[in-house]
Design a protein around this ligand. Sequence first.
Ligand code: HEM
Length: 245
Amino acid sequence: MPRVLLLHQTSLGKKAIVAVTGVVMFGFLTGHMLGNLQVFRGPEALNHYAALLKATAPLLWGTRIVVLTSVIAHIYFSMMLAAQSGDARPTPYAKRENNTANLASMSMRLSGPTLGLFIVYHLLHLTLGFSPTGVHSETDVYANVMSSFSIWWLAAIYIVAQLMLGLHLFHGAWSFFQTLGLNHPRYNALRRYFAAGITLLIVGGNILIPSVILSGYRTQAQLDAETPAAPADDAPVEARNIVVE
Ligand code: HEM
C-alpha cells in the first residue's frame, strides 16, 4: 500500500509550518511592542491597556494558546529541519565556506536558543513576578516596568535580548520569502529592505523602552502623573495653601 506523507512530514511542509508560526509571532511582537510603548503615555495608559487584555478572557487565553502553540511548533520544526540538513551531509565540508547561508544559519542557531532563554526569564520576571526589584503588582504594570528598567543590568539583559531578536527576525523574514518561492535576484534588494524595516520597527520600539527609562528621561505625560495635582480653585483654603515642591 503506498505510504501517504502528511504535510508536516515533508521538508516543504515543515518549512511552511516554521514560516506560518513565524508570521504569527511577528504579529504578536508588533502588538506587544505597541502596547508596551504605552509606558511613555504614563501609568494610566499602560495599566489600562494591561487591564483590558486581562479582563477579556477569550482575548487573553486565545492569544496565549495561539502564541504558545506557535512557539512550540516553530522550535520543534526548525530543529527538525536543522537536523535534516545535517543528515543530508554526513561528511562535513573539507573547508567550511563562510558564505551568507552559513552565517544566516549560524546566527539562527545562536539567536534562537538565546531567545528561548530570554522568554523564560521574561515570563518569570514580568508575568509571574519573580522580579529582582522586589516590586511586582498584577495591576500596576507601569510600576513593574519602570522599577525594572531603572536597574542597569536588567535593562542591559533586555537590550542584548532585543539585539538577538533582531538577528533572528531579520533572517526569519528574509527566509520567509524564500519559502514562498520569491527568490529572484530582481527582488532580493526589496526582500532585504522589507526584512530590515520590519526588524528595525519591532526591535527599535522594544529597545527604546529600557534605554529611555534607564536614561532617566520622562515624557510630559509621565511627569504629570508623578506630580500631585494642584488643588482646584474652589478647594478649601487649607488645601490651596499646600506648597507643592
Ligand atoms: C523591551 C521589551 C519588552 C517589554 C518592555 C515587555 C514587557 C512585558 C510586560 C510588562 C509583560 C507583562 C504584561 C502584564 O502583566 O500584563 C510582558 C509579558 C509577555 N511578554 Fe513581553 N516585553 C518585551 C519583549 C518581549 C519579547 C521580545 C517577547 C517574545 C519574544 C515577549 C513576550 C511576552 C510574553 C509571551 C508575555 C506573556 C503575556 C501573557 O501574560 O500572556 N516580550 N511583557
